[in-house]
Design a protein around this ligand. Structure first.
Ligand code: ADP
Ligand code: MG
Length: 244
C-alpha cells in the first residue's frame, strides 16, 4: 500500500532516571495516502508525542519515521525544516494565527519566512477551499473561532503538503464550528486525496475519519475502520476504565 507516513519501533522518553516517562513505547504504524486517520486515547497516552514525532517537530529516541519517502531520523535541523516546509502541514488546537496579519497574510507567512514570494493564487485557492472567499483581508479578531481555524488549515494546505497533521483542531470550538472544520477536512480527503492525521478526544470528530487508532500508555492498543461516534465512544470508555 502507498503509505505517506510510516513509523517503525518509535520510542520517545522524557526525562531520565526514576522520573523518566515513556511517552511512546515501540510504536509501529503506517498511514496510507489519501486517508483520514484519527488518533485517540486517554490523556497522557502519547497522542501529541506521536504527532510531533511523525511531523518532524520532535525526534524519537529510537526507531524510524518516514514521511513522503524520506527518513526523518538523522536529518540535520536544516534539512528537516525544509522537508517540514514542503511536505508537512500542521494545525494546532489554538489556531496560532498572528493577530496583526490578515487571513491572506497569515496563509502567506510560511512562504515569507522561507524567503519566498507567496503564491497569491495558491493562497486565494486555499482560503476559498476553506469557505473563506471574501475574508482574505479580515484579521483574526474579525473572524469567528471556526473561521480562524479554517484560516489555519488554509495555511497548512497552501504548499499542498503530502500530509496534514492536526492536534485537537476542534478542541477550542463549539459544536457548530467543529462540524464545519471537520466537514472541510473530510472534503480535502475525498476530493483531493489529502492525507490527514488528527488527534482528538471527541468521538463525533473521530467518526469523520476512515480509521481510528487507539493509544494507551504510549502503545497502540487497537483500531476501528469505518468508525461511528457510538463505536468510538464505546471503545474509549473501555480504555478509560482500563486506565483506572
Ligand atoms: P496526550 O497528547 O495523549 O495527552 P502526550 O503525548 O502529551 O499525551 O504525553 C505523553 C506522556 O509524556 C505524558 O505522561 C506526558 O506527561 C509526558 N510528556 C509529554 N511531553 C513532555 C515533556 N515535554 N516533558 C516531560 N514529559 C512530557
Ligand atoms: Mg495531547
Amino acid at each position: 500500500m502507498d503509505e505517506t507516513v510510516r513509523l517503525r519501533c518509535v520510542r520517545r522518553t522524557y526525562g531520565t532516571g526514576a522520573g523518566a516517562v515513556t511517552a511512546l513505547d515501540d510504536v509501529t504504524i503506517g498511514f496510507a495516502a489519501g486517508t483520514f486517520t484519527a488518533i485517540m486515547g486517554p490523556s497522557g497516552s502519547g497522542k501529541s508525542s506521536l504527532l510531533q514525532c511523525a511531523a518532524g517537530l520532535d525526534r524519537p529516541d529510537s526507531g524510524s519515521v518516514v514521511v513522503a519517502g524520506v527518513e526523518l531520523t538523522g536529518l540535520s535541523e536544516k534539512r528537516l525544516t525544509l522537508l517540514r516546509r514542503e511536505s508537512i502541514g500542521f494545525v494546532f488546537q489554538t489556531f496560532n494565527l498572528l493577530p496583526m496579519l490578515t487571513a491572506a497574510q497569515n496563509v502567506a507567512l510560511p512562504a515569507r519566512l522561507a524567503g519566498r514570494r507567496p503564491d497569491r493564487a495558491a493562497i486565494a485557492r486555499a482560503l476559498a477551499e476553506m469557505g473563506l472567499a471574501g475574508r482574505e483581508r479580515h484579521r483574526p479578531s474579525e473572524l469567528s473561532g471556526g473561521q480562524q481555524q479554517r484560516v489555519a488549515i488554509a495555511r497548512a494546505l497552501v504548499t499542498r503538503p503530502a500530509v496534514v497533521f492536526a492536534d485537537e483542531p476542534t478542541g477550542a470550538l463549539d459544536s457548530g464550528a467543529s462540524r464545519d472544520v471537520l466537514a472541510k477536512l473530510r472534503d480535502l480527503v475525498d476530493t483531493q486525496r489529502q492525507t490527514i492525521i488528527m488527534v482528538t478526544h471527541d468521538p463525533v470528530a473521530a467518526a469523520h475519519a476512515d480509521r481510528v487508532v487507539f493509544l494507551a500508555d504510549g502503545r497502540l492498543v487497537g483500531e476501528l475502520t469505518a468508525p461511528t461516534a457510538e463505536t468510538v465512544a464505546a471503545r474509549m470508555t473501555r480504555l478509560e476504565l482500563a486506565a483506572c
